[in-house]
Design a protein around this ligand. Structure first.
Ligand code: GLN
Length: 493
């Protein structure tokens, strides 16, 4: 097995036993990137020299007998809305195309301190608005399972980097599904942590009451290892919650006996692709066979959740994106007056989906409509939270599909925003409630595409989600998987 085929836990073991150097590990992933990136386009910025530099520092520290972090030398790819000091951070937008942040996001500080080499910044939907990575201002990213399919979004580049073996670990961000949906479409384990678990300092804001950073990996253990590294209180983010952070690897392998599982009726819907529903229900019956107590639960506000999300998220976005005026950040189109400069800069700098969101949000917040739209949506959000509180009195975890269908074709939904929005229907209520939510692989479709299921927990219960995921991995029901990538010129790698 080549190094790039190993997961982060395996690489970490080999590095700690001195069986391999960090430079060799990084080089293996860089070679893979060189081979596949022209076809997949998962990255916006490549940082091979920086990655090798970090790796060689890690190697010399290890050779000097220093005690290092377990993930030291294990490389990582970073979504391009997470600020990296001195390294271009574009949000896949023309307006930030040449923006170089003067500081690191807190998660980046943590990664640097632990010695993880950064392989590059990954492609995404512009400002994380989208579900297919086709809204990138630069180029779409392709799904390594089938190059004609989307990888999901908005963290599509991060998902593809891990899925194709171009990175063992990646960070994404999830506002309304942007980690879980691409994880599902690429066959990965992707976690949206509890809101407040991971610092958002340095994450370029889309909808601040919803945005969370989280790990995309091939296994539950890798996910736990990366979550360990990025979690915890941060005085720089007023929404980061204080309190002890557990070791998320500790509960892995503890089994699922007597676990109370609620199957969300709306998320195994008859309207979904039958292969998706069948795969989820198969995993659920395996849990039942191993001693879990399973019952159905209804979250009737799922549809209203989607509507509420598409008012709340654009409202916050319209305010957050007000700062891109050509003066303080990035692109400036010039003009004869200040008004002209603002409108030309924003008119040229933002893509169509971002403009749509700014307009919806500005409208929803405007004086005459605030009560009818924004306030109403916030009431729905509160009702959704109450539904979750009630559900978690009966159940330890909730299960359903992550996405209604496997990966769709590139171009299939670009002309129909509503269809695109509907691809996150299973993800959005978890986001509105702020609870942790994990997507794991649960099979392959007849077309050869990965299928995913979503496990939701109560606040701060990430460890339980990862424990269930590791149980399903061991039981062979959620096998870590990576595709053989079929190259357009022929051959598989
Ligand atoms: N697809 C959803 C949207 O477009 C969610 C995006 C996200 O989670 N960043 O808003």
């Amino acid at each position: 097995m080549k190094l790039f085929q190993k997961n982060a836990a395996e690489l970490s073991n080999m590095l700690q036993k001195n069986e391999v150097s960090a430079v060799d590990v990084v080089q293996s992933f860089l070679d893979r990137i060189e081979l596949l990136e022209p076809h997949l386009k998962a990255f916006i910025t490549h940082t091979p020299a920086m990655a090798l530099q970090t790796a060689s520092e890690v190697d010399s520290r290890r050779n000097n007998g220093e005690k290092l972090h377990p993930l030291a030398g294990v490389p990582v790819a970073i979504k391009d809305n997470i600020s990296t000091q001195g390294l271009r951070t574009t949000c896949a937008s023309h307006i930030l195309e040449s923006y170089i942040p003067p500081y690191d996001a807190s998660v980046i500080t943590a990664l640097k301190r632990a010695g993880l080499p950064v392989l590059g910044k990954t492609n995404m939907d512009e400002f994380a608005m989208g579900s297919s990575t086709e809204n990138s201002a630069f180029y779409p990213t392709r799904n390594p399972w089938n190059l004609d399919k989307v990888p999901g979004g908005s963290s599509g580049g991060s998902a593809v980097a891990v899925s194709a073996g171009m990175a063992p670990l990646a960070l994404g961000s999830d506002t309304g599904g942007s980690i879980r949906q691409p994880a599902s479409l690429c066959g990965l384990t992707g976690l949206r942590p509890t809101y407040g678990r991971v610092s958002r300092y340095g994450l370029i804001a889309f909808a601040s009451s919803l945005d969370q950073i989280g790990p995309l990996t091939t296994t539950a253990r890798d996910n736990a290892l990366l979550l360990n590294l990025i979690s915890g209180y941060d005085p720089l983010d007023s929404t980061a919650l204080p309190g002890e952070v557990p070791d998320f690897t500790e509960d892995l392998g503890r089994g699922i006996k007597n676990l109370k599982v609620g199957v969300i009726r709306q998320n195994v819907s008859e309207g979904f692709d039958p292969e998706v529903t069948a795969a989820v229900l198969k995993a659920v019956s395996l849990l039942r066979d191993h001693g879990a107590e399973v019952d159905e639960v209804s979250l009737p506000l799922t549809d209203h959740g989607l509507s509420a999300y598409y008012l709340i998220a654009p409202s916050e976005a319209s305010s957050n994106l007000g700062r891109y005026d050509g003066v303080r950040y990035g692109y400036n189109a010039g003009g004869d007056s200040i008004d002209e400069m603002f409108s030309t800069t924003r008119g040229r700098g933002f893509g169509p989906e971002v403009k749509r969101r700014i307009m919806i949000g500005t409208y929803a917040l405007s004086a005459g409509y605030y009560d009818a739209y924004y306030l109403q949506a916030m009431k729905v959000r509160t009702m959704i939270r109450r539904d979750y509180d009630a559900a978690f009195k009966r159940f330890d975890i909730l299960i359903g599909a992550t996405t209604p269908t496997p990966a769709f074709n590139i171009g299939e939904k670009t002309d129909d925003p509503l269809q695109m929005y509907l691809s996150d229907i299973c993800n959005i209520t978890d986001s509105l409630a702020g609870v942790p939510s994990l997507s794991i692989p649960c099979g392959i479709s007849s077309e050869g595409l990965p299928l995913g299921m979503q496990i939701t927990g109560s606040y701060f219960n990430e460890a339980l989600l990862l424990r269930v995921a590791s149980f399903l991995e061991e039981a062979g029901e959620s096998l870590p998987m990576r595709p053989k990538v079929k190259l357009p010129e022929g051959g598989e790698v």
